[in-house]
Design a protein around this ligand. Structure first.
Ligand SMILES: Nc1ncnc2c1ncn2[C@@H]1O[C@H](COP(=O)(O)OP(=O)(O)OP(=O)(O)O)[C@@H](O)[C@H]1O
Ligand SMILES: [Mg+2]
Length: 377
């Protein structure tokens, strides 16, 4: 048989026939294709899983929230292209909270404002969603707007922000108005308007609950698929610390939903006498404490923590520890609710009972003390 002619640049292989060489080439090409196919299949499975996870996440959020962190973590598994992932702990709890009114309050830098920007997007895919996010002054609002631009344009590349009205328009038609309310009377700018989500960043800047209470009257929708929510963040103390504590902190331990109460009488708010639901409670509130240690983005270097440690005691307790009990000028600044307060209990027979009185400067108080002589500590 004649030696096969070589093409220009082709190296001869005289142990294998030309036919065999061709067969091997085809086999090699086939193997490469099969490998590529397997890769594509794996990619497709991952993509399908991701789409399923995202769909589930959207459903869960739209149906009002999730109950556990693990549930959220499971939904976010393996997702590499997330625009936002909540920090484990309070930030996740805040974003998942189903209560009508929730305060996310405590330490500085815990990730509260960032979470507000995300919570506002709960129904961004629904054209009837109308969000209102407030700060007390325009200057304070600017920082939030800057951050929202980074986040929202990433999540919704087709979203538009109108600088003149400070309004976001999402591709679905949903809107989010970023605004400020300084004085009580400013709330009447919203008279006649309705919102499905209302949030105030730094609620403690308001000296009274007036603005918060009024805005509740603007929370409504005719769209039955939308749950309406009011959300707030705050640091302990400040001009509004006193009423926020009464409204959100004192009624129940943190992270416990409770029926909304009147902050003056401490009685549960109920439907009026002529209502079919007369006497029934109105809606739930919850307080979620924020801690700096839960925000890995600010804890990375430890620098910000060091700044907070350097503050005078009262401010340090408020802004580093998120302590709502510490009062300016208080005699016992070491007071710590988790150390010094016990759950109410039936006092056993035989315990000595002592009563102490303190006239104070403005409000006299009386402290009954029971001593257990038999306790070892
Ligand atoms: N889930 C997150 N993903 C990415 N970055 C985050 C996340 N949470 C917080 N951050 C980052 O941490 C920074 C501080 O968070 P944020 O401003 O929300 O804190 P804060 O609790 O509002 O603080 P302050 O009490 O001082 O108002 C944010 O600017 C943001 O960069
Ligand atoms: Mg903030």
């Amino acid at each position: 048989m004649a030696r096969p002619k070589l093409k220009p640049g082709e190296q001869g292989n005289y142990h294998v026939s030309r036919k065999e060489q061709e067969t091997r080439k085809v086999r090699k090409r086939l193997r490469t294709h099969q490998r590529d196919l397997k890769k594509q299949e794996k990619k497709a499975v991952r993509k399908r899983e991701k789409i399923k996870n995202n769909k589930e996440l959207i459903n869960v959020i739209q149906s009002g929230g999730v109950t556990t962190n693990t549930e959220v973590e499971k939904l976010l598994e393996d997702d590499q292209e997330l625009v936002f992932a909540p920090n484990t702990g309070p930030q996740t709890d805040f974003l998942a909270a189903p209560e009508k009114e929730v305060l996310y309050g405590g330490a500085a830098g815990g990730g509260k404002s960032y979470a507000m920007l995300v919570d506002l997007l709960r129904y961004a895919n629904n054209s009837n969603h109308r969000a209102l996010l407030l700060r007390r002054t325009l200057a304070e609002l600017t920082e939030l707007i800057d951050q929202s631009k980074k986040l929202y344009f990433h999540a919704f590349p087709k979203a538009k922000f109108k600088e003149s009205t400070k309004t976001w328009e999402f591709p679905s038609g949903a809107t989010a108005l970023f605004s400020y309310v300084d004085k009580d009377d400013d709330v009447y700018r919203y008279q006649g308007q309705s919102f499905t989500w209302i949030g105030i960043d730094e609620l403690g800047h308001y000296p009274s609950p007036y603005v918060w209470n009024y805005l509740r009257s603007r929370l409504r929708t005719a769209d039955e698929t939308i749950e309406t929510y009011m959300r707030a963040t705050a640091n302990p103390g400040g001009v509004g610390g006193w009423w926020i504590k009464k409204m959100f902190i004192d009624p129940e331990p943190p992270n416990t939903p409770f029926w909304a109460t009147d902050i003056d009488t401490e009685k549960t708010l109920v439907y009026g006498q002529n209502h079919v639901d007369s006497g029934k409670p109105l809606f739930h509130r919850k307080f979620i404490p924020a801690r700096l240690t839960d925000n890995p983005y600010l804890m990375k270097t430890g620098e910000y923590e060091a700044m907070l440690y350097s503050l005078p005691e009262v401010e340090r307790k408020r802004l580093l520890e998120g302590d709502w009990d510490v009062a300016e000028g208080a005699a016992f600044t070491e007071f710590n609710r988790s150390v010094h307060v016990v759950q109410p209990f039936e006092v056993p027979e035989g315990w000595a009972k002592i009563r102490a009185g303190d006239y104070g400067y403005s409000s006299p108080s009386c402290i009954p003390v029971k001593i257990n002589h038999t306790a070892s500590e």
